[in-house]
Design a protein around this ligand. Structure first.
Ligand SMILES: *[C@@H]1O[C@H](CO)[C@@H](O)[C@H](O)[C@H]1NC(C)=O
Ligand SMILES: *[C@@H]1O[C@H](CO)[C@@H](O)[C@H](O)[C@H]1NC(C)=O
Ligand SMILES: *[C@@H]1O[C@H](CO)[C@@H](O)[C@H](O)[C@H]1NC(C)=O
Ligand SMILES: *[C@@H]1O[C@H](CO)[C@@H](O)[C@H](O)[C@H]1NC(C)=O
Ligand SMILES: *[C@@H]1O[C@H](CO)[C@@H](O)[C@H](O)[C@H]1NC(C)=O
Ligand SMILES: *[C@@H]1O[C@H](CO)[C@@H](O)[C@H](O)[C@H]1NC(C)=O
Ligand SMILES: *[C@@H]1O[C@H](CO)[C@@H](O)[C@H](O)[C@H]1NC(C)=O
Ligand SMILES: *[C@@H]1O[C@H](CO)[C@@H](O)[C@H](O)[C@H]1NC(C)=O
Ligand SMILES: *[C@@H]1O[C@H](CO)[C@@H](O)[C@H](O)[C@H]1NC(C)=O
Ligand SMILES: *[C@@H]1O[C@H](CO)[C@@H](O)[C@H](O)[C@H]1NC(C)=O
Ligand SMILES: *[C@@H]1O[C@H](CO)[C@@H](O)[C@H](O)[C@H]1NC(C)=O
Length: 824
């Protein structure tokens, strides 16, 4: 069937398809023959752009002839259709015409060799030495204008060797255009588009996950982009999807990057990303020390402490001159001046593509950057990213723009005067006002004394008592929630001595190790009384600092619920921090669920586990005195007691919400990939609905008995959510049920649970049910379930989804901290 379609296509396209994907010395390709890659994805042959008779040898997608990804003889077109591709005597791929004139050659071999060339399914044309299979030449090493999965954009700062894309001259002319693009690996890797030798666009520095100046770039695990360094100093930027997705980024002849993906359903190329994305994205739009923000009018402004170099030109909208410093910095001020000792200060600007030409100090904490910069007279700005470290600037701040989302925080050094002005104004206002008020109060006081005397009554002063209540303040940048609840007091909790725990666990013997959590090992222990306990020993090197420890102590000691693990006490001694929990006989859910050699969890138990987790969550979200978002719900954090009753544990990342607050943003995304809701993983925005998302993933995992993350290397590469969604659309959810559940009588209930799971993992938080609704659904109080919409994280085609749902407010740069995927 496929074969005959294939032949039909060949006949229709008037060329002759060669039933092979390789060229050898004996097998030549004559215009208009083509060869096709083994999976029928790419095709090598001759083409003619519109309005010209010139013919070129190129590679294009089999699915649509006009998306050409590579051209051989771009500056040397054939004038007729006499072209022939073959392997020359010395083993090179050559393009010759009828008169055997060479129009193009791979130019890779110097001595006679037996070679063959093959077109691979990723669009790469490779020339191999037959005798040893070594690759001598590949078209991915000499790209035209297309960046594709597996193609490496290289830069070797030592040797200066680069692999660059070069645009076409015009949409009809494949000749070398004026734009090139590639990686610049000096200092921190950045992608550039150059117009001739001048930068035209810049991606911002790479932080190990994404380019920080690209607003909607996903984390590595979704987008598959990576930057790698080889031993010889070559740094490569490449992209590798988990699945077979046809994607390409073309450097257009107008200097724009346009990313498109093949939409299988609609059979069209969807445009998914464009750079420069707007006028502000153009390199150095506002000149040195200028800042471009599309939301402002005019869009260019000077950074704090700077003023236009040429006011007249600037006001006319000619920003190329940029800005200059207004007030001298401390280092530059005259030694004799009176304010010599006033240290400079930093002005903070968020969501920016940080300037070009940075110096980097890796492995430095954010808090140290400021001091380092302040002490160095040549430092004029700094920024920090967890994946990069501190970045410093010493000459000028070029190509700064504000992004709608993402970006980093830039701290610009300014003289103390620049920021102190406001304080001075305050002093001017406050002093007279205070004096005035004092006079008025004195007047009132004496009047009152006088009146009280006249009445002859003595009143007792009423004492107002303010309840020292809880206040929930989000800090100035709106980033992290601070919970000013009653200072955690360890006194309320039983304190265990280190020695007692040492004895209970036999000196923390490995045989007593229950597992390793994200923050350290968990041991089983037996107290002298005979009671079993679990001891979580926070490793000093772990990310869980005192803050998280206190968080957990405060939270758990206040929470009492059947489905939450009980904290018996803690231990803070000898620089160690430990939690003592009740011991759970059946350990954590991942152990019994994902170990396929076991078959302990029948359907009843699994159902009870859903319900239990749901109840625990409901208590956290609604019923407890505090409103708590757990943020790290996953099987390894669900413990099971001897009756298989689930208990939620690990509150190190939980956050407390104010009574009327419904969502919050955080600058630090913590949690575990695979269980995090998209709006949280991408935007750092969490709410009850992000816990509901994690709950949905849990439900699907429990029903299928498969880990969400176990799907990444599948040929389908859909992830558990994508897989469930696919089966749902095929009316075939029965297929995903764990084989170990043999419970035909409950089939309807199982399918219903999958349905509920899918409702919980919907992409948009508003669509997801609240946990109380989920419980009503589970108990069939709500019988008719709504139809689920698309789940989060499965639609790699449509990146704009997340962008549009999170672009309403600006968000700060998000750092992702991962806990180990393996739980205790
Ligand atoms: C040509 O390709 C076919 C199948 O792809 C392969 O079996 C054959 O060995 C190749 N021939 C040469 C000379 O490489
Ligand atoms: C080809 O030339 C014709 C006439 O000159 C013009 O109308 C048409 O737009 C051209 N096509 C392209 C793709 O440039
Ligand atoms: C082949 O390489 C030589 C030198 O290495 C160069 O002069 C020549 O222009 C190259 N030819 C092609 C077609 O690239
Ligand atoms: C190429 O292969 C032919 C026969 O297969 C052999 O005679 C010849 O020596 C080979 N040439 C080289 C350079 O290996
Ligand atoms: C590219 O550079 C050329 C010459 O310097 C200039 O004329 C042209 O406007 C530039 N193009 C863009 C898109 O900036
Ligand atoms: C360049 O062309 C592409 C389409 O070919 C278009 O989407 C993009 O907006 C253009 N860029 C500019 C700066 O005009
Ligand atoms: C813009 O201003 C610069 C000086 O700041 C000047 O050299 C340049 O000619 C001006 N360009 C235009 C188009 O006026
Ligand atoms: C201030 O004094 C220091 C040494 O005390 C000297 O190195 C520096 O150049 C002086 N700065 C100015 C602006 O005079
Ligand atoms: C600073 O003061 C000293 C002595 O008071 C004087 O000799 C020197 O010229 C002054 N320096 C400047 C730059 O004014
Ligand atoms: C100050 O900063 C410059 C440039 O960032 C750097 O080269 C120099 O080593 C720094 N000096 C000190 C003392 O850290
Ligand atoms: C800024 O730092 C770079 C690299 O450390 C150095 O080469 C350059 O000379 C410095 N420039 C100034 C003005 O200090």
């Amino acid at each position: 069937m496929l074969e005959s379609l294939f032949i039909l296509f060949c006949l229709l396209s008037s060329g002759f398809c060669i039933e092979s994907n390789n060229i050898t010395a004996s097998l030549v390709i004559k215009d208009p023959d083509t060869i096709v890659s083994s999976g029928n994805i790419y095709r090598l042959g001759f083409f003619r752009p519109a309005n010209t008779t010139n013919r070129y040898l190129g590679i294009w997608n089999y699915v649509s002839a006009m998306s050409i990804i590579w051209v051989a003889n771009r500056d040397n077109p054939l004038k007729d259709s006499s072209g022939i591709v073959t392997i020359s005597e010395d083993g090179d791929i050559v393009l010759i015409n009828g008169k055997r004139e060479i129009f193009w050659s791979s130019n890779a071999t110097s001595s006679p060799m037996n070679t063959s060339a093959r077109l691979l399914d990723n669009g790469n044309l490779v020339l191999q030495d037959i005798s040893n299979g070594r690759t001598i030449w590949e078209s991915f090493g000499h790209p035209t204008d297309a960046f594709m999965p597996k193609l490496k954009l290289n830069d070797n700062p030592r040797t200066g060797e680069r692999v660059l894309l070069t645009s076409w001259r015009s949409p009809q002319d494949p000749d070398f255009g004026s734009f090139t693009a590639g990686l610049q690996a000096l200092n921190i890797p950045q992608i550039f588009i150059w117009n001739g030798s001048r930068p035209h666009w810049r991606s911002g520095p790479w932080n190990g996950q994404s380019f920080t100046g690209v607003a909607d770039m996903y984390a590595k695990y979704l987008d598959g982009y990576s930057v790698m360094k080889q031993d010889d100093g070559t740094v490569s930027f490449m992209q590798d999807y988990y699945g077979k997705i046809l994607m390409k980024i073309i450097l257009k002849s107008n200097g724009s990057f346009v990313q498109t993906m093949w939409n299988v359903q609609r059979r069209v190329w969807d445009v998914t990303w464009i750079a420069p994305m707007d006028v502000c994205d153009v390199y150095e739009k506002c000149g040195p020390f200028g800042n471009c923000n599309l939301l402002n009018s005019p869009m260019c402004s000077c950074l704090k402490g700077y003023e236009p170099k040429n006011k007249e030109e600037w006001d006319k909208g000619n920003w190329s001159g940029g800005c200059v410093r207004k007030t001298l910095l401390q280092c530059d001020r005259n030694n004799n001046s009176t304010d010599k000792n006033k240290a400079d200060v930093f002005w903070k600007i968020t969501n920016v593509k940080v300037p070009d030409f940075m110096d980097v100090s890796t492995g430095i904490e954010a808090v140290e950057c400021e001091g380092l910069c302040l002490r160095n007279c040549s430092c004029i700005a700094y920024s920090h990213d967890h994946g990069i470290g501190c970045m410093f600037w010493n000459r000028s701040l070029i190509d700064v723009r504000q992004l709608p989302i993402g970006g980093l925080v830039l701290h610009v050094r300014v003289a103390y005067l620049e920021l102190d002005n406001q304080k001075d104004i305050r002093v001017i206002v406050i002093v007279p006002v205070t004096i005035g008020l004092v006079i008025v109060f004195i007047g009132i006081f004496f009047t009152w004394r006088w009146m009280a005397k006249r009445k002859g009554t003595k009143r007792k002063g009423r004492i107002l008592t303010y309840e020292v209540g809880k206040s929930y303040i989000s800090d100035s940048s709106g980033v992290v929630l601070r919970d000013d609840i009653d200072e955690p007091s360890l006194d309320e909790l039983p304190l265990f001595s280190f020695q007692m725990l040492e004895t209970a666990t036999f000196q923390f013997d490995v045989t007593n190790l229950l597992g390793k959590g994200g923050f350290g090992p968990v041991y089983k222990g037996k107290l002298a009384s005979g009671k079993d306990i679990a001891v979580k020993r926070l490793s000093t090197a772990s990310g869980q600092g005192l803050q998280e420890f206190m968080n957990e102590v405060v939270l758990i000691s206040k929470l009492q619920h059947r489905n939450l693990v009980r904290l018996l006490g803690c231990c803070v001694e000898k620089g160690e921090k430990m939690f003592i929990y009740e011991y759970m006989q059946n350990r954590s859910l991942d152990v019994s669920l994902f170990d396929r050699s076991q078959n302990i969890l029948d359907w009843r138990k699994r159902f009870n586990i859903f319900e239990g987790i749901g109840r625990g969550l409901l208590y956290l979200h609604r019923d407890s005195r505090l409103r708590i978002i757990h943020r790290d719900l996953k099987p390894s954090n669900i413990l099971l007691d001897e009756d298989w009753c689930p208990k939620i544990s690990d509150f190190g990342m939980a956050r407390i919400f104010g009574g009327n607050q419904n969502q919050a943003d955080t600058g630090r995304v913590v949690g575990t990939y695979g269980y995090m809701a998209p709006e949280y993983a991408m935007g750092g925005r969490f709410s009850e609905k992000s816990d509901v998302f994690s709950f949905g993933v849990l439900v699907l995992e429990i029903v299928s008995g498969r880990k969400n993350t176990s799907f990444y290397n599948d040929e389908l590469s859909l992830g558990l959510l994508g897989y469930s969604w696919k089966l749902w659309n095929e009316y075939n959810t029965v297929d995903m049920i764990d084989q170990r559940i043999s419970s035909p009588s409950s089939l309807a209930e199982i399918v219903r649970c999958i349905h509920i799971g899918l409702l919980c993992v919907q992409e948009f938080p508003v669509n997801r049910p609240s946990i109380s609704t989920v419980l009503s659904m589970l108990s069939s109080e709500i019988f008719d379930l709504p139809v689920p919409e698309h789940p989060g994280f499965t639609d790699r085609w449509n990146r704009s989804y997340v962008g549009s749902s999170s672009s309403k407010t600006s968000e700060s740069a998000n750092k992702v901290t991962l806990t180990a995927l393996e739980g205790r």
